[in-house]
Ligand binder design. Structure first.
Ligand code: 5GP
Ligand code: ZN
Length: 150
């Protein structure tokens, strides 16, 4: 298997921001978690409700995961997408899953982006957005509420 390169500046498991989110050493707006997966709002979202779904166990790319764990990751991501789309009243969503620095993977801990899209934004290039901490928590609350219904 060909190796997927990362810059050494990206750090290993001991210095991984998503591992710190899992352990609560770093804050985030968690919308879902179970014993193996966690979902939280992206700090610098492409759209309102942009969520990241991760395995709790550190691995850099999807190739570091067992195939049945990849299946479970996307099953969780699918459930999360339903809650996110309902919470922000979107009309569709994107899954984005970057592997390797060359693919613009910035955080070297496997994650699936769930990016809700509204019809009015169809075909438009979306810029990163910023929401206040209070707005982020309110979005997270709405997603959690929808997750509880699934
Ligand atoms: P990648 O480019 O690696 O696929 O995406 C990494 C994502 O993680 C980016 O969209 C970025 O905004 C998000 N991100 C980076 N650092 C943090 C953080 O500390 N907290 C949260 N919630 N998201 C982060
Ligand atoms: Zn990690």
């Amino acid at each position: 298997m060909r190796k997927i390169p990362f810059s050494s500046a990206m750090g290993g498991p001991g210095d991984c921001i998503f591992c710190k989110i899992v352990s609560r050493e770093a804050p985030s707006n968690v919308v879902y978690e179970d014993d193996r997966y966690i979902a939280f709002l992206d700090i610098y979202p492409f759209s309102k409700g942009h969520t990241l779904v991760c395995p709790k166990e550190h691995g850099e790319t999807i190739w570091d995961m067992k195939e049945h764990d990849i299946a479970d990751l996307f099953q969780v991501a699918s459930r999360v997408s339903k809650a996110v789309v309902s919470a922000v009243e979107a009309d569709g969503f994107r899954f984005v899953q970057n592997n390797g620095e060359a693919a613009n993977q910035v955080v070297a801990h496997v994650h699936v982006h769930v990016i809700p899209v509204k019809m009015e934004d169809k075909g438009r290039f979306s810029d990163r957005r910023r929401f206040t901490p209070a707005q982020m928590e309110e979005i997270a609350r709405l997603v959690r509420e929808e997750m509880a219904k699934t």
